[in-house]
Design a protein around this ligand. Structure first.
Ligand code: PNW
Length: 476
């Protein structure tokens, strides 16, 4: 691996963070009044996750958060993005907050602040209280109002000490992997329900953002994290361009349209008209969803390459969204997904830092003046400790170097990127893949739950402390 010739230096205020989510790390699923979320139910349903793995214990962060915060501080990180478990705060998804549930997050935030680490709080990272799913889940309009109430409770409790707020994490995954392809909780496979879910997630975002503002100090920032896809056509053939346009609407426009511009793309409404009539979009909804934002979070892993069906035998689906006979792309059964050429991570996701650059510049155009954060980016590798106990992950260092360099280039070219959150701080429960996919900068031995920073964690910490990317270490 050649060393970069010029040094890559970031603005002094740039945030160097790591990200996690509640169900993936906390464990303690029955403690202090917490009740099951859809991910508890799903992971305990045979056949849903690899080897039937669950988040029951995960990496026991609920009991080890002080150790985890100390680790971040020692590495030199300046920001930490975590999510709140809704069913710890409101076990039935309704009613007053459980103080013991909120207290855990108060202690966590205070520990972060005491170590000079800026907390960024995500309200919803996929773990809907099961009772709300039993009442219809995201396809049901009422769920959006329940979310707004939950947002208000958490905003009241923590708005005095958390300045960065994120309403939803990746609503695309909640809607289309949860209710379309069924590879995520609650595991439903109903294309019309997945579009209803998308609308009610949008509505939840808008209502939630306004609820937060009504109870929090004005200095706090409200954002959303989208897993906006970089959709590329296989060729410049008009049919391929049209296929890319349709997937772009279903991946991106369906969320950023109402959130940033106050309207769903007309092309989306038309292309999905055989699946749904959109009658659940009521007067005023898109105005509600278009609530002002202070920043936009973008999660990026790999680009999406598509073409129109050519009439040839279709290969296996290569959209990297897990194995299902059901598509997460309603009304787009004739679009073919291709593997982007190039080296891949353990997830089978092609490494393509240019995609991150393109994404940041695209949203600089879509939302002029809105500060951007990379709220997730990272890679899974098959990390193993050496006999001496150290964990060397030069591939992850190369991945981070490539993507952070792309962020730097985007800043140079006009994108207002304020920070980067590495996914993930710790190896953790990678949803349907269970514990087999390790995204952590810190290695977790699942037998003992011992944490060992990988060489990438040291590398990233040095970047955080100096504001400059260290050279990539020579491949082992
Ligand atoms: C994101 N896809 O998940 C999540 O926000 C994290 O919780 C997760 O651990 C991380 O990325 C790595 O997977 C995604 O199929 C899951 O396109 C699936 C997809 C995208 C993101």
């Amino acid at each position: 691996m050649p060393e970069p010739v010029t040094s890559v230096t970031f603005p002094p205020a740039f945030l160097w963070g790591a990200a996690t989510s509640a169900y993936q790390i906390e464990g303690a699923v029955r403690e202090d009044g917490r009740t099951p979320s859809i991910w508890d139910t799903f992971s305990h349903t045979p056949g849903r996750t690899a080897d039937g793995e669950t988040g029951d214990i995960a990496v026991d962060h609920y009991h080890r958060f002080r150790e985890d915060v100390a680790l971040m501080a020692e590495l030199g990180l300046t920001a930490y993005r975590f999510s709140v478990s809704w069913s710890r705060v409101q076990p039935t998804g309704r009613g007053p907050a459980v103080q013991r549930g909120l207290d855990f997050y108060r202690r966590l935030v205070d520990e972060l602040l005491a170590h000079g680490i800026r907390p960024a709080l995500t309200l919803y990272h996929w773990d809907l209280p099961q009772e709300l799913e039993d009442a219809g889940g995201w396809p049901q309009r009422d769920t959006a109002f329940r979310f707004a109430e939950y947002a208000r409770l958490v905003g009241e409790a923590l708005g005095d000490r958390v300045e960065q707020w994120i309403t939803l994490n990746e609503p695309w995954c909640s809607a289309f992997l949860g209710y379309g392809s069924g590879v995520h909780a609650p595991g439903r496979t109903d294309p019309e329900a997945s579009l209803r879910a998308a609308h009610h997630l949008n509505l939840a975002h808008g209502l939630g953002a306004s609820a937060l503002r009504s109870v929090m100090p004005a200095r706090n920032e409200v954002a959303v994290s989208l897993n906006s896809s970089v959709v590329r056509p296989l060729s410049q053939d008009p049919a391929d361009l049209a296929a890319a346009r349709r997937i772009d609407d279903l991946a991106n426009g369906i969320f950023h349209g109402p959130m940033l511009k106050g309207a769903y793309p007309a092309s989306l409404l038309e292309a999905t008209s055989s699946v749904t009539d959109w009658s659940y979009v009521l007067d005023g909804d898109t105005r509600t969803i278009n609530a002002p934002l202070d920043a936009l979070g973008l999660n990026y892993y790999t680009p999406t390459l598509v073409s129109a069906a050519s009439g040839e035998v279709k290969g296996p689906r290569a959209d990297g969204h897990g194995a299902s006979e059901h598509s997460p792309w309603p009304g787009a059964d004739d679009v073919v997904f291709h593997q982007t050429p190039g080296e891949r991570t353990e997830m089978g996701w092609t490494i393509d830092p240019t995609g991150l650059y393109d994404l940041l510049l695209r949203y600089t155009r879509e939302a002029p003046g809105l500060p951007l954060y990379v709220t997730e980016n990272g890679a899974a590798y098959d990390d193993k400790p050496d006999p001496d106990g150290r964990v060397h992950d030069p591939e992850r260092i190369a991945y981070l170097h490539g993507h952070l360099s792309a962020v730097r280039r985007a800043i140079t070219d006009g994108a207002d990127v304020r920070g980067y959150y590495l996914w993930s701080l710790l190896d953790n429960f990678e949803w349907a893949y269970g514990y087999g996919k390790r995204f952590g900068a810190v290695y977790v031995d699942y037998a003992t739950l011992r944490r060992t920073p990988k060489s990438s964690a040291r590398w990233y910490g040095q970047a955080a402390r100096t504001g400059t990317l260290p050279a990539v270490e020579p491949a082992a």
